[in-house]
Design a protein around this ligand. Structure first.
Ligand code: SAH
Length: 268
């Protein structure tokens, strides 16, 4: 799939794992860890300000996430670090930091920032963490454009992200290439079967919803780990399912209604 050149906004990406920052001057001083960048009282419409500089737009997004109840500092920091505008097509740039899902081609969408943050906060609350406070190895089902995989790369030691649509897998590869991220691995495959080579996982997140959580995911989840995934409740309705696995057994918790693209089997 032809991938349009990424927008040339000033960008800030604190990769923190040996990756080269992408910043092109001018770059503002980064916000203190865990804190959104202070926002000036800018009355210009979001689109116009986004076109000038995406950093305040992203800081506003993070402030809104915090106001809406996302409290995990690592999740807020990750959401404030990754350039969402690099993952959406040019015509949608003005909306890159709005709390909305956006088309990424082939009928698929990049999830709303509030949904990404909510799922990753749930994962952090229940997943297995290392001494550095980060999750261990995690599995991301449904790479799409790769945005969520990159956000996960900030809160986990290693990310395996799997996509069944070849064109989107290639698009994500192209999106990630200039970021030079060492800990995010993109796989073309059917995520219904999980990805056994990376198991056991500290956590598994899905951005596509099926009738039930596939057994393979539960098998590949480590003890003490957590799955966060949309599942069908009644026809046409989905809710977020949290599954915690311990040596004593499996605990399932059904949370709020959500609206994800369908989980499909096979490659295409
Ligand atoms: N996290 C993504 C969201 C993409 S939408 C992002 O940040 O852009 C969900 C994706 O799940 C779609 O790209 C869809 O093709 C993919 N998907 C659906 N069923 C799948 C399966 N069985 N295995 C892998 N990916 C799947």
């Amino acid at each position: 799939m032809a991938t349009p050149p990424r927008p040339g906004f000033p960008a800030r990406l604190d990769l923190g794992q040996g990756g080269k920052p992408l910043a092109r001057a001018p770059v503002r001083a980064p916000a203190p860890p865990g804190m959104p960048t202070p926002v000036t009282n800018d009355s210009a419409p979001q689109a116009a300000s986004m076109a000038r500089d995406p950093i305040p737009a992203r800081a506003r997004m993070v402030q809104q996430l915090a106001a809406d109840g996302i409290a995990d500092p690592q999740v807020l920091r990750a959401m404030g670090t990754v350039d969402r505008h690099r993952f959406v097509d040019g015509a949608l740039l003005a909306q890159a930091y709005e709390d909305t899902a956006l088309p990424i081609g082939l009928g698929q969408t990049i999830s709303k920032p509030s949904v990404v943050a909510r799922m990753l906060e749930l994962l952090m609350q229940g997943g297995l963490r290392g001494p550095d406070g980060k999750l261990g190895r995690v599995l991301d089902i449904g790479t799409g454009c790769g945005y969520q995989a990159v956000v996960m790369g900030q809160i986990a030691s290693e990310v395996y992200s799997i996509e069944r649509l070849r064109d989107l897998h290639e698009k994500a590869r192209a999106n990630l290439r200039p970021l030079r991220i060492a800990n995010v691995h993109l796989i073309l495959g059917d995520g219904m079967a999980g990805f056994a080579k990376g198991a056991p996982y500290a956590g598994i997140v899905a951005a596509a919803g099926g009738e039930a959580v596939p057994d393979a995911w539960i098998e590949q989840l480590g003890y003490g780990g957590r799955i966060v995934a949309p599942v069908a409740t009644t026809p046409g309705q989905q809710a977020l399912m949290v599954i915690d696995k311990s040596r004593q057994g499996i605990q399932q918790t059904l949370l709020e209604a959500v609206n994800f693209v369908p989980l499909k089997s096979g490659l295409a």
